[in-house]
Ligand binder design. Structure first.
Ligand SMILES: Cc1cc2nc3c(=O)[nH]c(=O)nc-3n(C[C@H](O)[C@H](O)[C@H](O)COP(=O)(O)O)c2cc1C
Length: 138
């Protein structure tokens, strides 16, 4: 049984490259080993992550992530059963929200993930992926 979840959270302290690299490194190893795929958008003090995989694996991972002291105000935006993965190509793709080219016309600062639905957030994530903002993949 596959599921996909999306959550938003706020970084505790600055989102340094060191912190991002540590998160991504852990993610890519664990996620690959447990067949979890997804996207981590990070920047402007916010994390936005989509995780998909077996329900047990995603549930366990979310519990661990939720308890992680590097972020706070973790809110589940979306959870659904799926038959097909959306982010099958990435154990954890990384989109840096700070590097987004203004030309992509994604008004990120005006987009408040806490104030909108999971479906809209997922559409934004897909826009970011389509605009080629991914800086790291499998
Ligand atoms: C925003 C954010 C996203 C994370 N994403 C993942 C992930 O996709 N996969 C993963 O294994 N760990 C991820 N982590 C790290 C976990 O929270 C946790 O530190 C790691 O799984 C090690 O857990 P442990 O210390 O309980 O062994 C993430 C952490 C943060 C702050």
């Amino acid at each position: 049984m596959l599921i996909r979840i999306i959550y938003v959270s706020k970084a505790v302290g600055p989102q340094t490259t060191t912190m991002t690299s540590a998160i991504l490194q852990a993610s890519q190893t664990w996620n690959k080993a447990h067949d979890v795929t997804g996207v981590l958008c990070q920047g402007q003090g916010v994390f936005l992550q989509a995780l998909e995989g077996e329900r047990r694996a995603v549930t366990d991972l979310y519990a661990r992530i939720h308890a992680d002291q590097r972020h706070t105000d973790v809110e589940m935006l979306h959870c659904e059963s799926i038959v097909k993965r959306r982010y099958a190509n990435w154990s954890m793709a990384h989109v840096s929200l700070s590097d987004i080219d203004p030309e992509t016309k994604i008004d990120w600062p005006e987009f408040d993930p806490y104030g909108t639905t999971g479906v809209l957030v997922m559409a934004r994530i897909d826009e970011l992926l389509a605009s080629g903002s991914v800086i790291q993949g499998r």
